[in-house]
Design a protein around this ligand. Structure first.
Ligand SMILES: [Zn+2]
Length: 290
């Protein structure tokens, strides 16, 4: 089964849904980093969540979910682009004991950033981490920040990462009363982690909602892709400044930068650095990027 984002809609009820199932994408992330099982589970849930949220927000750009805190897991970042590519990483201490979200992340904040591709303004919203799980924290975020009533179910193991979302459409036409929303929530809540991880999205929809009028859309394919590039690292060196770059060359012989997301290594020797800074000398330092 390919990695997919499966959207569906309850006809005449103004309720939408998304299911995401990650296999190869998730395996690539796990090959690149040797995460502790507890960290792995939370990161997998966040990968699924990023795809779900990117599916709900009509965004032709990049969505980033970031959690930062003072607990054993200090940072977690996942991105999903408009092309439905994903990447993610986590920073954590060596041994993380299983626990609820507050015990893993500590006092933390949840930030969601939307970067439209058309150059429109970047939008970021930050809320306190509230709730015992990532799903609850995101439900709270969507309620507080977007006024969207949403329920999320997230699961991850060594093989798969998966999730499901149901959401009341913001512009309610009056179709579908609170009874319908309650009924759909109750049906959805019967989903088991095992089913989310193992069953194809269409089968889950059938199992949960076979008595409802559900429209199922064409699935979208998800994949891993890292946004790092030689050019981005070069820009980072430019912002570091010539003096600093040359001092690293003097000490180390070359500048080596590894991408934290994909482990790709970029190397700049003295000739590269010389070229990099001589190219930009005529246009000034800060106005050359963008
Ligand atoms: Zn990379």
């Amino acid at each position: 089964m390919p990695d997919t984002l499966q959207k569906f809609l309850f006809e005449n009820a103004d309720i939408r849904g998304d299911l995401v199932h990650l296999d190869a994408t998730w395996q690539i992330i796990l090959e690149k980093h040797d995460y502790d099982p507890v960290v792995r589970k939370l990161l997998g849930e966040m990968m699924a969540a990023a795809a779900l949220l990117a599916g709900t927000l009509k965004l032709n750009g990049r969505l980033t979910i970031q959690i930062q805190g003072n607990g054993p897991i200090s940072l977690m970042v996942v991105e999903c682009t408009g092309e439905r590519t994903l990447r993610g990483l986590a920073h954590a201490v060596d041994d993380v004991s299983a626990g609820d979200l507050p015990s893993l992340v500590g006092d933390g904040r949840l930030a969601i950033t939307l970067e439209p591709r058309d150059g429109a303004e970047r939008y970021q919203s930050i809320v306190e981490l509230v709730g015992g799980s990532l799903a609850e924290a995101l439900e709270n975020y969507l309620q507080v920040s977007e006024q969207l009533a949403t329920h999320l179910w997230l699961a991850a193991d060594q093989q798969f990462a998966a999730g499901m979302l149901i959401q009341k459409l913001p512009k309610s036409s009056g179709r579908g009363d609170s009874d319908t929303w309650n009924r759909i929530q109750q049906l959805s809540a019967t989903i088991q982690n095992r089913e989310l991880l193992q069953l194809p999205p269409r089968e889950i929809i059938h199992r949960l909602y076979h008595e409802e009028d559900v429209r199922v859309f064409e699935p979208e394919v998800l994949s891993f892709r890292c946004a790092c590039s030689h050019e981005r690292v070069a820009n980072m060196l430019l912002s570091l400044g010539r003096k600093e770059a040359e001092s690293i060359i003097a000490d180390e012989g070359s500048i080596r930068v590894a991408c934290e997301f994909c482990n790709h290594k970029y190397e700049f020797d003295s000739i590269d650095v010389e070229q990099l800074f001589s190219q930009t000398i005529t246009t000034g330092s800060s106005s050359t990027r963008h």
